[in-house]
Design a protein around this ligand. Structure first.
Ligand SMILES: [Ca+2]
Length: 505
């Protein structure tokens, strides 16, 4: 086999055919499929004849970018492989190498506990001419049960599946096109954001540019916040806050703060400047639709607040004013399944009862057993910077799946570690009115890849980046997003739906 490989490498000055990739030898990998797929409408390929995986997330968290519209996907060489870097590993990876290649590689991230190939994001990448890859991170399904009593699979989910898929895809690209990718991009949101930050921290030479949206990089603390806020409403129905009251709360917050930014548009431009106190909504004469009972008010305060340990140490920041309608965490129906996962894994117990949750006791153990492997919070990105890497962070202020303050905290930890001025390689954009990885009342359609390409390839440093809100296929708002801590400020004249009438201040 080795001899044959060496021979073919010597003899073949032309690229390998797609089908020939099936017989090349990659370490700890089995290539299941290597086949040309002609241009055509997108249908998710099934693995080895298996039923096609679901295109949508099985859990609530985002999948990293908008769903692909029905488009003609370009002709490509499709490779599906199983990677087994440990005896307990079973990592599925998929790589698409388009005929009309732009010479670059774009790895697309996953969401929640992953467990599927991110096909819609792969479609977006290959439409732009990128060779692209995705991994299920070593298991199927969007919950954490795979990891119980499988420590090697925790490592696969944490970082090994992404790194191994990166290495293998780069090898496949070099073999197929007879030259390596000239640049490698990471593009992910939510868990995809965590994966991108993990790469920057742990494998700083894997990628030349990393787009990390709404990163779940402090996963165990994110999950502890969720349970700290959800469980009181689970245990006491009186503390649950129904959707109609969340809408009422949202209207009160907007009444207090929306117009403060100069434009009354249902968007709080800078939620951190909003001094809304929900106590004004406390019921005076018994429960009513337009007020909060005392236990409901306590729940609402918990959702706005940073969760803390008894020692006062901060665990994870709360949600921002303006985002209240998405606070399903207060519904009091079921514990957030994704967040229960970290604790199921820590205790190796699929039946771990979230109602027993005690943040001081359970987070310490979970940080030791799970957070130490999965969390991506190292603020030292000096090796990634020295590699020439660029990092673009973004987060929607209306995100109710992952509190936006977490990304600000991580960004500030990097500046604190590396020195105050790092905008030559890392920039953060906070998006007013944007929800988890997109959507929401604020401008939420942003071409992050185009911005990153200009930054990394043409040294055009992004200042304000343009964001759009689209209704019925029409742009109805354009706004600049400003590099944090600047805020897009209305100049006072002209349409507030036109980006030109705002300045970053
Ligand atoms: Ca406003």
């Amino acid at each position: 086999m080795l001899v044959a490989l060496a021979l073919s490498a010597t003899l073949a000055s032309s690229p390998a055919s797609c089908e020939n990739l099936k017989s090349i030898s990659l370490p700890n990998a089995t290539i299941v499929a290597a086949e040309m797929v002609p241009a055509g409408p997108y249908t998710p390929p099934g693995r080895g004849g298996a039923p096609a995986p679901p295109a949508a997330a099985p859990e609530g968290r985002g999948r990293g970018g908008p769903a692909a519209p029905p488009q003609i996907v370009p002709a490509r060489c499709r490779i599906n492989a199983i990677l087994r870097p440990s005896p307990d590993s079973e990592i599925e990876m998929e790589a698409w190498l388009p005929d009309n290649w732009n010479g670059k590689f774009q790895f697309v991230g996953g969401g929640g506990w992953a467990g599927i190939i991110s096909f819609p994001a792969m479609v977006n990448a290959v439409l732009e001419g990128y060779a692209t890859a995705s991994t299920d991170t070593g298991h199927k399904g969007g919950n954490a049960l795979f990891a119980i009593n499988h420590p090697e699979k925790v490592v696969d989910f944490a970082y090994r599946a992404v790194h191994e898929t990166t290495v293998q895809t780069k090898a496949l690209i070099a073999k197929y096109y007879d030259r390596p990718a000239r640049l490698s991009y990471w593009n992910g949101c939510s868990t995809g954001g965590r994966q991108g930050l993990m790469e920057a921290q742990k494998f700083p030479d894997d990628f030349d540019a990393i787009i990390a949206g709404a990163p779940a990089n402090f996963q165990t603390h994110l999950h502890a916040w969720d349970l700290s806020v959800a469980v009181p409403a689970l245990k006491d129905p009186a503390a649950a806050v129904p959707a109609a009251k969340l809408l009422m709360l949202n209207e009160a917050a907007l009444n207090a703060c929306d117009a403060q930014d100069g434009v009354k548009d249902g968007i709080i431009n800078n939620p951190r400047a909003c001094k809304f106190d929900p106590s004004v909504l406390l019921c005076k004469n018994g429960d009513a639709p337009n007020c909060l009972t005392a236990p409901q008010l306590e729940s609402v305060k918990r959702a706005y607040a940073t969760t803390k340990l008894k020692s006062g140490e901060a665990v994870f920041p709360g949600k921002e004013p303006g985002s209240e309608t998405g606070w399903n965490v207060l519904a009091g129906q079921t514990a957030p399944g994704v967040s229960v996962g970290s604790f199921q894994v820590a205790y190796n117990d699929a039946n771990w009862d979230p109602k027993t949750f005690d943040v001081d006791r359970d987070l310490k153990i979970t940080d030791e057993k799970v957070g130490s492997i999965i969390n991506a919070v190292n603020p030292d990105l000096s090796a990634f910077k020295a590699h020439g890497g660029k990092l673009l962070l973004y987060h929607g202020w209306n995100d109710t799946a992952i509190s936006p303050g977490n990304t600000i905290n991580y960004y500030e930890s990097v500046l604190k570690k590396m020195g105050g001025k790092q905008d030559d390689f890392v920039r953060l954009y906070m998006a007013p009115g944007m929800q988890h990885c997109g959507n929401g009342p604020g401008p939420n359609q942003i071409n992050y890849m185009a911005i990153m390409e200009r930054w990394r390839e043409s040294n055009q440093t992004p200042a304000a980046i343009e964001a759009y809100h689209v209704t019925n296929n029409r742009v109805d708002i354009s706004r600049p997003l400003c590099p944090y801590p600047q805020v897009a400020t209305y100049k006072g004249t002209g349409s507030p739906n036109d980006a030109g009438n705002f300045a970053c201040r």
